[in-house]
Design a protein around this ligand. Structure first.
Ligand code: TRP
Length: 376
């Protein structure tokens, strides 16, 4: 395998590999870039350009403008996002959920949140259903810990709640041919039937608000861009079923601590899990991949590279709200005025402060989990 092959970009809902070229994804998926103008439009409702918009974590969309036009005419929208419970939640997962909460507060909307224990079971040969289901409830604690309120937050657990979803899933499934599904998702002869049906289930929360309330409004989906194929097929059939097309706002993948910003539950040392102890957090951050040089002398002379540094990315997307301070950190890094150890220490402190609070709230969430269940 050549280096180029190793770096080849693959982005599907089930696999992200290589160096991700986001401009290319916008072109190939046919989404729209999130323009300055749209950012400003959101800012009007969100009390300023929120950190994850300003730093362009969210960078692409479909029909966000349409949804805002409708909102301004008095037609509200609902939010929909979700999580495939394949392991414990790490900090990278929380970032788009935090943004979703800001959207929810700004627009005073419902959130439907789907836990896809079915999906994670069918797509992984090794997965055990009772385990993905168990993880769905564990993962829900992290969502609740972020401060969502049960009055407008509805968690769907696919396996437990399939009776609520099944009629809409059938209506969706009947309108999508195998040929469309195969070309959208790359299904093979060896793909199992559960996997092939699953996209119909992920489409359901786009439409479920009408079944529950009688109100027909569009859904806006904050999601990582790898989920786009699901919404492409859903958008194609929405009008035929009498619904609005679901709109989306897409985020980049939040980098992990490994080389190339990898964070993966299957490589636990590259991800900070929400239940990690403060000692473990320090250790993981200490080993994080940075843009530093081999020796201190060299780094003082030549400076380091914040653009490839995973530690810097955490300040960028979550832990340094102040633009001037971020800019200063960037400058000092490039000038060789700050060493990687200094940044790591500061980040570990910030992460541990955040996680200390999060872990307390996560414990409390155990008593409240039923209040958030869509079937309550
Ligand atoms: N398929 C997603 C995953 O594996 C889970 C999911 C379901 C989702 N519905 C969603 C993610 C809506 C974002 C938005 O993580």
């Amino acid at each position: 395998m050549t280096d180029e092959d190793k770096n080849e970009m693959i982005v599907t809902p089930w696999e992200v590999k290589g160096k991700v070229d986001y401009a290319r994804l916008i072109r190939e998926f046919g989404t729209q870039p999130l323009t300055q103008e749209l950012r400003q439009r959101l800012a009007k409702y969100m009390g300023g350009v929120h950190i994850q918009l300003r730093r362009e974590l969210f960078f692409s969309h479909r029909d966000l403008d349409t949804v805002l036009d409708l909102y301004e005419k008095g037609i509200k929208f609902v939010l929909y996002t979700g999580r495939g419970p394949s392991g414990p939640v790490h900090i990278g997962h929380l970032v788009p959920w935090i943004f979703t909460k800001h959207l929810q507060e700004a627009f005073d909307t419902r959130l439907y949140f789907q836990m896809t224990d079915d999906e994670k079971f069918v797509v992984d040969d090794e997965a055990v259903l009772s385990e993905t289901t168990g993880l769905a409830y564990e993962n829900a604690l992290d969502l609740i810990a972020l401060g969502f309120e049960p009055k407008n937050t509805f968690i769907i657990y696919d396996v437990e709640d399939i009776d609520l979803l099944y009629d809409i899933a059938l209506e969706v499934a009947k309108r999508i041919t195998y040929s469309t599904a195969r070309s959208t998702f790359g299904f093979q002869d060896s793909t199992n039937l559960g996997w092939i049906f699953y996209p119909a289930v992920q489409a359901v929360p786009c439409f479920i608000h009408k079944k529950l309330t009688g109100e027909n409004v569009p859904a806006l989906i904050p999601a990582a861009i790898d989920q786009d194929p699901y919404w492409r097929i859903t958008r194609d059939i929405a009008a035929k079923m009498g619904y609005y097309k679901p709109a989306q706002i897409h985020n980049r993948f939040v980098p992990g601590l490994g080389v190339g910003g990898k964070m993966s539950a299957s490589e636990p040392e590259t991800a900070i899990f929400t239940t990690d102890s403060s000692e473990l957090v320090k250790k993981k951050i200490w080993k994080a991949f940075t843009g530093g040089k081999g020796t201190i002398a060299e780094q003082k002379k030549l400076g380091a590279d914040p653009d490839v540094c995973t530690v810097f990315q955490y300040f960028l997307y979550l832990f340094e709200e102040d633009d001037k301070k971020l800019e200063e950190r960037n400058r000092r890094c490039k000038a060789g005025e700050v060493m990687c150890g200094d940044c790591k220490k500061e980040l570990a402190e910030k992460v541990n402060k955040f996680l200390g609070e999060h872990q307390k709230k996560r414990l409390k969430a155990k008593d409240r989990i039923d209040e958030f269940h869509i079937k309550r």
